[in-house]
Design a protein around this ligand. Structure first.
Ligand code: GLU
Length: 260
């Protein structure tokens, strides 16, 4: 019996050490040891996170924010590794530990807050609709029965589903892995509408398309880290709030031609 209880206490201590190691928040230590902050960013949303095809340089409002966070943690704003993400891949990459943070037009929602720390909002956008010029769709109500392309794992489908439930309208949804695929589907008439945040649609608008006036939601963007990375979440939030209160965030937004 005594032998059994000793074994049991050794097991308990082992389990406690394991749990502690697994859940200890070493997030900023991890980044400092590595010497670089790994951030998931957009490369196809001009002004926010965009890869210039001529220079291959990735830049934008959100990249400036990633730099400010690196400066705070590592004392050097250039110690960043930028990992291109899509709405579909960003949560998986964050969850599997391949990213420290996501700064990529990522809307703060109650559901997502269960899994991630979000900074306070740094930009407010809204869901909008883009259609082909000359199509008879002039506003949301003309979309009844039409097909809509959205990005996988984006908030857009949920917003439109709620609208459908309240209004009695019916939409046919098609999900895509990237915004450029939705844009092609719109151009080739596989879908009647491209639904995404207005700032994203602006990137894809051209002479053959129209962005409708409807703003269907408020999408508050926040910088996310894993819930277990408590310390990192706290620092990220401090940086965002510091940029806000010093007026630096507004200056950054202006630099990129964004109205915050
Ligand atoms: N802001 C949206 C989200 O976090 C993504 C952009 C979109 O596809 O509209 O889900």
């Amino acid at each position: 019996m005594r032998k059994f209880s000793r074994k049991f206490s050794v097991f308990l201590v082992g389990a406690a050490v394991f749990i502690n190691l697994a859940y200890a928040d070493n997030s900023t230590e991890r980044i400092k040891n590595r010497g670089v902050l790994i951030a998931g960013i957009n490369t196809d949303v001009e002004k926010f996170g965009y890869k210039n095809p001529q220079t291959n340089i990735i830049d934008g409002f959100e990249i400036d924010m990633v730099r400010a966070i690196a400066k705070k943690i590592l004392g050097n704003e250039s110690k960043i590794e930028l990992v291109p993400i899509t709405p579909r891949s960003r949560e998986y990459l964050l969850y599997s530990g391949k990213l420290d943070i996501v700064a990529a037009t990522f809307t703060i929602t109650d559901e997502r807050k269960k899994y991630y720390n979000f900074s306070s909002p740094y930009y407010a956008d809204g869901l909008a609709l883009m259609v082909r010029k000359g199509s008879n769709i002039k506003s949301l109500k003309d979309l009844n029965g039409k097909s809509i392309g959205t990005a996988y794992s984006a908030t857009s489908r949920g917003v439109l589903r709620d609208i459908a439930a309240k209004s009695g309208m019916k939409f046919k949804f098609f999900a895509f892995s990237s915004y450029s695929e939705i844009n092609s589907a719109l151009a080739f008439e596989s879908v009647d509408c491209f639904a995404a945040d207005r700032s994203i649609l602006a990137q894809y608008a051209n002479n053959n398309t129209v962005i409708l006036d409807d703003m269907l939601s408020v999408e508050n963007y926040g910088i996310a880290s894993l819930k277990s990375d408590t310390e990192l979440g706290k620092i990220v939030n401090e940086v965002v709030n510091g940029l806000k209160s010093s007026g630096e965030l507004d200056k950054m937004a202006q630099k990129w031609g964004l109205k915050n």
